[in-house]
Design a protein around this ligand. Sequence first.
Ligand SMILES: NC(=O)c1ccc[n+]([C@@H]2O[C@H](COP(=O)([O-])OP(=O)(O)OC[C@H]3O[C@@H](n4cnc5c(N)ncnc54)[C@H](OP(=O)(O)O)[C@@H]3O)[C@@H](O)[C@H]2O)c1
Length: 274
Amino acid sequence: MQPKTVLITGSSSGIGRATADAFLDEGWEVYATARNPADVETLGERGCSIATLDVTEDDDVERVVDRILDEQGRIDCLVNNAGYAQFGPIEDVPADAVHRQFDVNVYGPHRLTRAVLPHMRRRREGTIVNVSSVAGRLAFPGGGVYCGSKFALEAMTDALRAEVDEYGVDAVLIEPGPVETAFTDRAADELEGVERSGAYESFYEVFEDTQAIGGGGPGAVPPERVAEDIVDAASSTKPASRVPVGTLARVSVLGRFVPDAARDRLFSLLDRLR
Ligand SMILES: NC(=O)c1ccc[n+]([C@@H]2O[C@H](COP(=O)([O-])OP(=O)(O)OC[C@H]3O[C@@H](n4cnc5c(N)ncnc54)[C@H](OP(=O)(O)O)[C@@H]3O)[C@@H](O)[C@H]2O)c1
């Protein structure tokens, strides 16, 4: 029997790399993609097909999807994993940084989804797994732009799920809390591009130690743990629509049901306690 085929974005590190490994272990045909193909060479040596794919480039998306369909005749699963965090208070983040954030985290998955869907609809089969975050369920001060991108991804995935249900296609949101990856380093780099107004220095003190928000903090899970849930979702005939990953994620998403006023008070209390 022909193995199932998966296309993964952002496979150079972290969750994307672990996900490529996990699908390989399950016998899938894996297309591990990255902006720089040198970053996925070792995955190639392990048996993945590798390809250059920047999710902000329409031509890359079209070329890679066409190649997989030529070589395999099928794409059973798309994992929209590529993403990063643009932190910073709303006032301080310039519009072009907001645009870049949405280009990668929201328009990227949208480009890939549009590219694979005609094929999945024709086969009446397929799973689109979108790697969101707890930040897609709960917005926090200093994280408005990143949370906004993940909220948008969540909304589009919810709409998509209902649209493609009649074609046998599933759409799943993976919602990790902190994961031990390079995420926090990239977030720290992006924060350097923010134009500090001087009005929000207390936030920068927190974000200068972005380990508190991303991978190195308490309750963080290894990327392999997230990969496991992604492979499960792709392999299930009826996957859950949302999968919070890790205890911290399962508890944090409940914050969504706390009344706004209480949540605002909690954030202001946390700020005073620092
Ligand atoms: N780590 C966490 O705490 C955490 C928590 C919740 C959700 N997430 C989500 O998990 C996903 C993966 O992040 P990670 O934690 O594994 O971090 P990571 O190790 O930094 O990996 C991010 C991946 O995204 C890729 N990427 C960034 N911009 C891209 C673009 N324009 N085109 C293609 N690929 C691009 C990176 O490639 P380059 O190497 O080329 O930059 C890298 O492979 C992200 O969507 C993130 O929002 C992470």
